[in-house]
Write a protein that binds this ligand. Sequence first.
Ligand code: SAH
Length: 370
Amino acid sequence: MSSLPLVFDAPRRGLPPTHFADLDPGARRAAVTELGLPGFRADQLSRQYYTRFENDPAAMTDLPAAAREKLAALLPTLLTEVRSTTTDDGMTRKTLWRLHDGALVESVLMRYPARGDSRERVTVCISSQAGCGMACPFCATGQGGLTRNLSTAEIVEQVRAAARAAARGDLGGGPGRLSNVVFMGMGEPLANYNRVLATLHRLIEPAPAGFGLSRRSITVSSVGLVPAITRLADADLGVTLAVSLHAPDDELRDTLVPVNTRWKVAEVLEAADIYAAKTGRRYSIEYAMIRDVNDQAWRAELLGDLLAPRLAHVNLIPLNPTPGSEWDASPKNVERAFVERLEVRGVSVTVRDTRGQDIDGACGQLAAAP
Ligand code: SAH
């Protein structure tokens, strides 16, 4: 589509061979038939992949050996674990993956014990691109530029691996069930729109055809690519939208989120409003608290005034340090004052924890260094 801006045209080069997880249910049957197997083998494979989190044909012992051999063609190895690092008493686990062409990405698995009336959550933070082209100066991923888009299956495989790790008890607290997926790892998900959309279908498709995750437990986080937010609203999937705002005024946002020079704060919020109207659910505004940069009282007031009439929730993220950056997180008293200024305007606010900071696994720290 030539009328779409360049950001939708991120490189196609380097994509891996087709994998089972790239395929929708109809295409799975066709692919299996093409291998000379009966169509129902596709359903067995779906059950292995999406409910047992199995990707090794040799382990699929409910299938005859001859079928397993043929099906291996649909299960090329896309992600090879380079290393996993664990912290927060085993409750946070970051994995570095090598892709078929040597590109590196990271994903982070986090367990949040039940508290009060909220149930336990097991969340995986996944990458949608190797690197990122959005160039936000406070984000480690943004500093390295974009290597390439991930294929649908490369994204889905991160989720499968996380679900398997959780089920096997690789996290502190014993075996658990993956409940949430956030597109807050490396990359701008809406710059890899079609593959991210296909991934969302795999995530929400009821088991055994997909992982059967609840729509609202999936969060797509974006710098604010307005046409893509509108498309996602039209797709009507009901997943949660998060917008990385980081400044309420265009002058500062132009520097913190460079794509703001293309789509301004007002346009981004309008697109998010359309999304909220469509889904009936509030969106999140992400705001990294950067000392003396975006944490002033007047910015809190401006942000509060902008958001008060909207179906939005603010998620403040204490800035996580990145190599070579001069910037710091705001002091706690400044953070508290910022929260209060939003709350008096009736805006709901939470402050995100800094999970994984010591293993460079917190928001904005994913650099996939080998
Ligand atoms: N490209 C998507 C996903 C990025 S990561 C997006 O921009 O939304 C998820 C969040 O972490 C984004 O809000 C991002 O701006 C934020 N982030 C990036 N670097 C950070 C840092 N150093 N400290 C805290 N948050 C950061």
